[in-house]
Design a protein around this ligand. Structure first.
Ligand SMILES: [Zn+2]
Ligand SMILES: [Zn+2]
Length: 155
């Protein structure tokens, strides 16, 4: 039987054969600290907790701007249902005047970049909602507008 030298993986706390570890470019420590299984696990966990699978710099920057704008508005959390999944969160125009912003060219990531450098204006005009609550709010808003037109009190 061939004797195989093992190495302890501090994450799963198992001694595994050296072929279970990835090689590094480092001469003093040619094997990675964690075993292949744990490294793969960490990678997917990392992607999930970050919410994005960031592949290029401009995408990374626009996510950064988005996260900073969430912070300005009190955190990445839907103010209605309190969901914190950044992938479903959006910036909602409190007075439904998003069309005004689009008229002055504030679309998508350009809008987040503008409001990040105008935080006071952002706090007055924007709130954090998830897509569901955003949709619901739009429906109620339309209903409200219609009632207003017919002069019927909403409640
Ligand atoms: Zn391991
Ligand atoms: Zn919500």
């Amino acid at each position: 039987m061939i004797y195989m030298e093992g190495k302890l993986c501090p994450q799963c706390n198992k001694t595994k054969q050296l072929k279970e570890f990835y090689l590094t470019n480092n001469k003093s420590d040619i094997y990675h600290c964690y075993c292949k299984t744990c490294m793969k696990k960490n990678q997917t966990k990392y992607r999930r907790t970050n919410g994005y699978n960031v592949s290029n710099t401009s995408q990374k920057n626009s996510n950064k701007v988005k996260l900073e704008l969430f912070d300005i508005l009190g955190g990445a959390k839907c103010i209605l249902c309190e969901i914190t999944d950044v992938e479903v969160l959006t910036f909602d125009h409190i007075d439904n005047d998003g069309i005004e912003d689009r008229k002055r060219g504030l679309n998508g990531s350009y809008m987040s970049r503008y409001y990040r450098i105008h935080p006071e204006e952002a706090k007055k005009k924007l709130q954090v909602l998830c897509f569901n609550c955003n949709r619901k709010k739009a429906n109620y808003y339309m209903a409200f507008k219609r009632l207003e037109r017919f002069n019927i009190p909403p409640f």
